[in-house]
Structures are given as structure tokens and as C-alpha cells.
Design a protein around this ligand. Structure first.
Ligand code: AMP
Length: 271
């Protein structure tokens, strides 16, 4: 596994390869990341993993400053996985220097779910994904269904500019059903138990919703009950179509999307 700290050495190292799988991450590597990497390793000649905590996608400075970082441990885990060929760990300037670009703006119909609550977040994500893709030049990008809206928007945006495939990979969960996430490091044992109860209840809601006439109206009641029962703040709990992310009133091709705060930690999931 080769570690590359700037785009010049990355470009030089990748120059001989034409079939590159790319897994962009913000570090604090966990089994969710490793599952994307393993997919890339199976499907592509070489696998590049990037570790970059992109300040532009944080709508809150404190959130950026406190985002969990542990490069040493990450490199150890990645190396031990024996599935990574290159790790790209750029500095801010390596990605954002000398590259004036028109500001990315989400269209109105995309300002839903997380985009409605995190001002500028996806604009920051699309910007960095555009820049990383331009530098890495992958044939395939592997991203998690866990961040479904991110996957949806990145796919749509990059498809217009590059000849690449963005592949959505399944969400890896703990035994207790909580989706793995770097933000879980902020949760206490008690919080994790609560998160597990929330997700298990949501799995039941997803089953029960079949019989409800107006599904999103029913979800508003569920949201209220959850907030009271678990003392959490839910930003959204919505059933949406997975192909266009429009509100849905049918189970087929739809998922339940949720974002909530548990003791100040923002968690998202979809089921
Ligand atoms: P992050 O480091 O949180 O920016 O995530 C990097 C990539 O890993 C994104 O494509 C995420 O969707 C994906 N990812 C995060 N958590 C999981 C998970 N539990 N299962 C599968 N993929 C995940």
C-alpha cells in the first residue's frame, strides 16, 4: 500500500493504470468503508482510497473541528485489509488551490432531506467530489447507500462531466442494527443502545406502513411519538422513491429516510 500526500505523486503513481476504483472517505475508517474498498478491490485493477476531511461540506465550524481524525490508526487498518493499493491524503491546498470554479448550486427540487437542513453541505460535497475525480481519474467510484442522498446527487453530477460509474454499496450495520458511521464515536454506550432501539422501531414502522393510506402523514405521527418516547430531535422521517427521491405513497422502490439528533450527535439512516 503506497501513501501519497499530493496530487503530483498520485498522478505519477497511477499513470500506468487504466482501471482504477476509487473510495473517497473522511477517515476514521470502519467496516462500512472497508466493504466499499473490498468491492473496489474485487472489481478494479487498482484501488485508491482518499482520506480528506473536506471543510467545505461542513455547515458548522465546530462540527468540522471536532470531526474524528486518526490517520495513524486508519493507515494501519487499511494496510491490514490488504485491499488498498494507494491512499491519497491531500492537504487542503492540494485540492483547492489554483482552481477557480463556478459555485455549484443545488436546484430547488434537490433541496430536500439533508439539503434542507444543512446549508451548503452538498454543494461542498459535489465540489470536492468533482475535484477528486478530476485528480484520481477513476473508472469506478464506490459510495455507501448509507448516505443515499449524497450518492444520488454525486451520481447525477459526475455523470454529466465524466465517463465513470458511481456504484452504491450496501449499508454495513452493527449486530444491534445501528449503521456504522464515524460519528458513532461520539456516542456513549447508552446512546448506542438508544440508537439501536430507534432503528429497530423504524424497521417495524417500515413493515407497518404498508397498511397506511397516507404514508407520509402517518410518519408525521410516528415522528412525534419517537421524539417524545426517545427524547430525540428528528429533522425528517419520510418515505421517498429511491430513483428520484420524490415523496412516495407506495412501498415499492421506496425507502424510509431519517435524520435525528441524539445527545447533540446528528445521525442519518435509510431503511
Ligand atoms: P465518510 O468517511 O463518512 O465520508 O464515508 C465515506 C464513504 O463510506 C461514503 O460513501 C459513505 O456513504 C460510506 N459509508 C459510511 N458509512 C457506511 C456504512 N455503514 N456502510 C457502508 N458504507 C458506508
Amino acid at each position: 500500500m503506497k501513501i501519497l500526500l499530493n496530487k503530483t505523486s498520485l498522478t505519477e503513481s497511477l499513470r500506468h493504470f487504466s482501471d482504477i476504483g476509487f473510495v473517497p472517505t473522511m477517515g476514521s475508517i470502519h467496516k462500512g468503508h472497508l466493504s466499499l474498498i473490498s468491492k473496489s478491490n474485487q472489481m478494479c485493477q487498482k484501488t485508491v482510497v482518499s482520506i480528506f476531511v473536506n471543510p467545505k461540506q461542513f455547515d458548522n465550524k465546530k462540527d468540522f473541528k471536532t470531526y474524528p481524525k486518526n490517520i495513524k490508526k486508519d493507515l494501519k487498518v487499511l494496510n491490514q485489509s490488504k485491499t488498498v493499493d494507494f491512499v491519497y491524503i491531500p492537504k487542503f491546498k492540494d485540492i483547492f488551490k489554483n482552481n477557480k470554479k463556478p459555485r455549484i448550486k443545488l436546484i430547488k427540487k434537490d433541496k430536500i432531506l439533508c439539503a434542507k437542513f444543512r446549508n451548503g453541505h452538498f454543494e461542498g460535497v459535489l465540489d470536492v467530489m468533482d475535484r477528486l475525480t478530476y485528480i484520481v481519474r477513476p473508472t469506478k467510484i464506490f459510495m455507501g447507500n448509507k448516505d443515499f442522498q449524497q450518492l444520488f446527487l454525486v451520481k447525477k453530477y459526475l455523470k454529466k462531466k465524466y465517463n465513470i460509474n458511481v456504484l452504491g454499496c450496501k449499508t454495513i450495520r452493527e449486530k444491534n442494527k445501528v449503521a456504522l458511521s464515524s460519528r458513532n464515536y461520539f456516542l456513549s454506550k447508552r446512546d448506542l443502545i438508544l440508537a439501536s432501539r430507534v432503528v429497530k422501531k423504524l424497521i417495524n414502522v417500515k413493515k407497518n406502513i404498508k397498511n397506511k393510506k397516507n404514508k407520509n402523514k402517518y410518519l408525521l405521527t410516528v415522528k412525534d411519538n419517537f421524539q417524545k418516547q426517545f427524547k430525540i430531535k428528528i429533522e425528517y422521517l419520510e418515505l421517498r422513491n429511491i430513483n428520484n427521491l420524490k415523496l412516495s405513497n407506495v412501498i415499492n422502490s421506496s425507502k424510509l429516510f431519517v435524520a435525528y439528533y441524539l445527545n447533540g450527535v446528528r445521525l442519518i439512516d435509510n431503511l
